[in-house]
Design a protein around this ligand. Structure first.
Ligand SMILES: [Zn+2]
Length: 114
């Protein structure tokens, strides 16, 4: 099986990364983030050496990430099928915890981190 995460096809001939195609359906992250509890959750201590926090609620990921998502500079999620990590709008891969994973539509959950 070939690695689907190659971005070579999306790089323009001049070497610059290609912009996000208009056809890519982005998902508004803002709409599912828990802003009301964000600051309070940020005070919760992390345990067991896991410093990573949930992208949706800012809780420490003591049990590890339940899913990964691909976030843009515009606080939106790329669909999991869009694997151009060289996109200039890409901020990379972020963790979502078990308590929030159901808020992320399945098409936007990554099966594996790059
Ligand atoms: Zn969460």
């Amino acid at each position: 099986m070939t690695d689907e995460k190659t971005a070579a096809d999306a790089v323009a001939p001049d070497g610059d990364a290609a912009a996000t195609p208009a056809a890519v359906a982005m998902f508004d992250l803002e709409s599912i983030q828990d802003h009301a509890n964000w600051e309070r959750n940020g005070d919760l201590p992390s345990k067991g050496g896991h410093d990573d926090r949930c992208l949706l609620c800012n809780r420490p990921l003591t049990g590890g990430a339940k899913a990964m998502v691909h976030m843009s500079n515009g606080n939106e999620l790329f669909p999991a099928s869009y694997n151009n990590w060289e996109d200039p709008e890409s901020q990379g891969c972020f963790s979502v915890g078990a308590g929030c994973v159901r808020k992320v539509p399945a098409a936007y959950r990554l099966s594996g981190a790059p």
